[in-house]
Every structure is written in C-alpha cells, then in structure tokens.
Write a protein that binds this ligand. Sequence first.
Ligand SMILES: O=C(O)CCC(=O)C(=O)O
Ligand SMILES: [Fe+2]
Length: 411
Amino acid sequence: MQYLHSAVHSIEMLLNTFSTSPNHACLRGQLASSWSLCYLTDTLLVTQKRLYSTSFKQRGSSTCKASNKSSFRWAKDATSPMMVPGRILPDDKKPMLSDVSHCHIPILDMDEPIDRVIDKVAKACEEYGFFQIINHKVPQELCQNMLTAVTDLFHLPPEDKALLFSDDQAKDVRICHHYRKDQASQEKIALWSEVFKHSWHPIDDFTHTLPRNPPQYRKVIALYAKNIGGLMTLLLSLMSQGLGLEPNCLNDKIRGNPTYRVQANYYPPCPNPELTLGLGVHTDRDALTVILTTPEVQGLQVLKDEKWIAVDPVPGALIVNLGDQLQVLSNGQYKSVLHRAITNKTQNRVSLAMFYGPGKDTLIGPIEHLVNEKHPPRYRSYRFSEFLDEFRRQEGNRRRVKEAFELHMNG
Ligand SMILES: O=C(O)CCC(=O)C(=O)O
Ligand SMILES: [Fe+2]
C-alpha cells in the first residue's frame, strides 16, 4: 500500500507539471490515460480513473474532452479499463527488447569522393537495406523546423486533430492509427502511435489541402519536400551506379507518374514498451524512403541476420531505406528489410517518412541487365497496382507482399 501511495504521488507530481496551457492539458490527458497499460490491477485502474477525473478533467479544459472519433482514445481509455487489453500485443508479437543487438547501420558521408560513396551505398543496400547519411545538403534549420511542425501538429487540441481523422484509405490527407490484427481472435490491436499521411509532390498543387494549423506546416513541408525530391534523385543515381547500371536507370524505371507519400509518426511516451510497438514489423512498399527523426531518441529498429538492431539517430543525419520495389528491380541484390518502431517510457518521438514509388501502371520487374544465367530472375514482372492489391489483401498482418511475386526455381 505504501508503494501504491508513492506511485500515485509520483503520477500526480508528473501530471501537475503539465497544468497551464490547453496543449499541456491534452498531454496531461494522454499521460493519465497511458498509465492504463502500466498498472493492470483493479485498484490501480480505479486510482488512475481518480487521477483522470480530479487532476485532468477538473481543470475543465474543453479542448481536451475525449472526442467521439476513434483516433483519440488516449484520453478516453483512461475511463475504460476494457480498452486496456486492446493495446497489448500477444506474447509472440511483443518486442523482446532485451534481445536487441548493439550492431549499427552504416553512416555515410555524402562529402566523400563520389566513387567511395557509390561503393558504400551499394554495400549498405546489399547488407542492411538501411543507412544514415550526413552532409546531405538538406539544411539543418529546415530539418529542425520540419520536426517542430510535425510535433506541433500532433500536439494540436484533439478536436482539431479529429477533423483530420479518417480510416478511409482513399482520403489523401488524414490522421489515423495503425493496428495489428490478432490471427486467433481477429481482434484489432491498436499500436502506440498516431500517424498523419498525405502526398508530397507536386506539393504546390495541393498545399491548400493540408491543415492550416500549425500555421507553419504548409510552408515548411513544401520546402522540405523539394529538398527531399532532389536528394532522392541523387540517391537513386548512386544506387544505379552501385549496381553497375547507367546513373539514370532506377530513376527512369520509377519516373512515369510516380507516387509520393509522406507519413509523419508520433509516438507518445509509453508506460511499458515491452507490451506494445509504435509501428509493427513491416517493409516499405514503395521504392525509396527518407526518414527524419527526433535526434537522440531511439525507436527505429532494423532486422539484420534475424536480430533486431537499434538505429542510433545521428544528429543532423537522415535515414535512408529501400522499399520493396527496389529489391525487385535489383533482382534481390538490394534489400528491403523488415523494420519496426518501438516506444519508450519518457520521451515523445516523431519521425517523418517520405516515400517515393512507382505509379499504378508502371511495370516493375528485375532490370534486364541484372538478369543472366548466373542470376536468373527472382521475381515475375507486375504492374505496381497489382502489388498494391496484394498489399491490401494482406492488411493487418506482417505483410509478405513481395514474396507473392517470387519465382521459384527448379532444384
Ligand atoms: O519511426 C520510424 O523511425 C520508422 C518509420 C517507418 O518505418 C515508416 O513510417 O514506414
Ligand atoms: Fe517503414
């Protein structure tokens, strides 16, 4: 009981540090609710409800009333213990954080001589499917402004975010949750994150569809998108040369009416990171991804040789990873590897993933120059729309989409 009192006292102290502005009151709500995963005894759930109603609700902030929309369950969960199991992954899907390896993904300096960069890019694409780049020429101030704009967006009052919330995959600009569907019960388990999605090119054509709040979002994403577009063209050219192809080869394969998607991920502190994930285990379905993330907060993990590796974000670096289409185009020489985002107990983390992929009608298959007697084609060719259909068919599980297009050799 002594322990119980001191635990409650600490929570109240923590909540009282967020007492002034509406945004802080929202955080208080999230914090109050998030304890629901930590303390699963009836007594503590009652205590937690008391905290929610006295410390949070009593302040009467209308901005923090739980919305009816399913996206804003953080605050609602606090009054509903029944919601708690709906956030806990089954044992075989829990992250097993003590098993994470301490090996690192490669860090590439883009200011090194071009031949060295090409060799290193090729090696990283073959061995890891992931690397970090420094001296990438996207201005540091812009990266910082982008992270601030994304954080501010997720810290908007719930009713503002509710306007953006939608489960409709056809909607271009929306906030949603990611889930994992439990195979046995078919129950959807909500992951510990919120995500905001929209297209990012040609950005000037649709900035008007993006939220007006936070006020700087439209301007900052427009500038950031232009920088990332240039960087992606360069990266694809280096990757082409690393495969012994003409510099434009990969760019040309994807260029016809490509898709540009952005996904901003927000991971609030989680009381027990062992029970959940921020993003489930997945590969990226497009061709290339560039990720900007909160410096000095770990969260992204990459599978290498059947072991999870924690990505240590280097301040000022961008993280690059290959999507499924590059694995297929390179006939399996480059890897699109499984990765996931874990949560942590104390810090918010945001990441901004910019995806670049082919258009729906684009034909994707192993590039002819990479196929020969020694290297027979590993995948059949398909239109990207076919790949997307298979992707949707496998919804909710750990997707194995590119495997559906594998060719199986005799013998
Ligand atoms: O949060 C991260 O670092 C990972 C993001 C990611 O993998 C994704 O959005 O596909
Ligand atoms: Fe990803």
